[in-house]
Design a binder for this molecule. Sequence first.
Ligand code: KG4
Ligand code: ZN
Length: 325
Amino acid sequence: MGSSLILGIETSCDETAAGLVTTDGRAVANVVASQADLHSRYGGVVPEVASRRHLELVAPVVQEALERGGASLDEVDRVAVTAGPGLIGALLVGLSAAKALAWSRRLPLVPVDHLHGHVASLYLEPELVKPPFLCLLASGGHTLLLEVRERSGFRVVGTTIDDAAGEAFDKGARLLGLGYPGGAKLDRLAREGDPEAYDFPVARVPGLDFSFSGLKTALLYRVRELPAGELEHRRADLAASYQRAIVKALVGRTREASRASGLEQIAVVGGVAANSELRGSLFDAALAPLELCTDNGVMIASAARYVPSVPYPEYLALDAYASAA
Ligand code: KG4
Ligand code: ZN
């Protein structure tokens, strides 16, 4: 096969992930080891616990990706890795593993921005959308509106002024007793409820920004107001109404940004792009493939096709970064 694969490693939060993508953009393996169960009893990701788990999982996850892709390291042309933003200790585990792998084979290394990785989940074959387009990136850590004019990057035109959309889903799920991480569980429960049962306010903030913290407080009050024992019966209606408010806010601002930027083509990426109501509401948009919405190594390898690689051995001093550059 020759040296025709890009190995992508992702450890920015609580997923230890490795993916293989051909240099012409076909995904051939996608392995994700989620630590969600490990963190659920704490109700959120514990950074130090995440770092230690990444350390245990990163080598076997890379190995598994190679096995599933029927490939060996001989076929890997370069190693791509998330350099930031994310939990710094978690990022350092992936970055160190990527450096060691690349260095041992004298391969180049490609440092990838995690957000660029999410956008690049759209660039695999068959390509879902071509720039220019307006992209909604909604995840547990970010809610961004991006103008994408070339595959090598993007420009931020809107962001959240408080919680991220995924965080709003997770906090809402927690208030409803669904456990952590609750986005997907809330999505499932909402299908059994009436989205009009409760009227949750959609915050209006200036420009193209988002705000979700008021929504979470509103849900808290609704839950508290319920007579004892009632939550069980109202849970699905609350979930459906709460989800409706988040999706309305996301869709509204995305359409506004599309008009303001003159970019008619819309795309949606990130963990929250897996939400069934959001996908249904933006049916005319390019939607990231379901298995590539939440964090994975394939999207990192995909982004690496549009990022300059750092030659051997110059990358050994490369650092990870916790917040967006
Ligand atoms: O992109 P991602 O894996 O990690 C970050 O970069 O943050 O996104 C994870 C987020 C979590 O908040 C999770 O609850 C949310 O995506 N999520 C969902 C769904 N699936 C995952 N939110 C709503 N509906 C879903 N189906
Ligand atoms: Zn992410």
